[in-house]
Design a protein. Sequence first.
Length: 253
Amino acid sequence: MQLSIKNFIITLLILGGCQSNEDNAPNRDILDISQLELFTPPNVLSKEFFYQDSFDDPSWTNHYYYDNKGKITIKVGLNASADTTGAVTYLYENDVLKWNYNYSFSHDNLVLESYSEYLYDGEGRLSKVLAHAPGETAEIRYENIYGQNGNLTQVWYSSDGAEKTTYEYNENGQRIKESVYAGQESPWIVYFYRYNDQDYLEAKETSYSVPAENEKKDAFQFDYDQSGNLIEKREYLPSYDFTLARRYTYEYY
């Protein structure tokens, strides 16, 4: 059954406060939620479209809505037939993101599938994201590690750091290299960052060999509008001669 975004949001806001409170996750008060105003501030992300391979029609679309401070409040997902598939709601404490709740929508019912908890260090930087599922023990989704200059240098996806992504920067603090590890001592793949004349990230290059001795090609490409907003991202598969795998386009209010 197709459900309009407006009606879906109203239903979600009412039912969202009725979910059980697992792992001390804060319940959102029904009155507060039902009275929540949604805003569409200018020049912020409105829609995200996902395209598989080289298809012209999107496989799914995300719609974004904000609070009066410009912080994302709800993300609503639709499939290729414009049927609502689910939503993510975001909860802040002192203007800092603390929780998000992932709902699926099926057979006219909303189901809380999972939720994430955001933890910060003493300097206010995101340090860990915990993944929760109703009735289950929380797990670390990823952990951020920062260098002495404050740059993000590693993201751990396993407790021992075997599965991780590392980042390197130039003397100006601009990220220039990304290495992805999949449980081995050597990285599985290495990306080199390329920027345009406006210092916007233009591409991530790789040769799909470690060390990167062969000619590098674009594994990711990024396009921007005149305001500097990202309007398209394309991903290519190095293991399949850099054929187009998927792309995303973005619209703004």
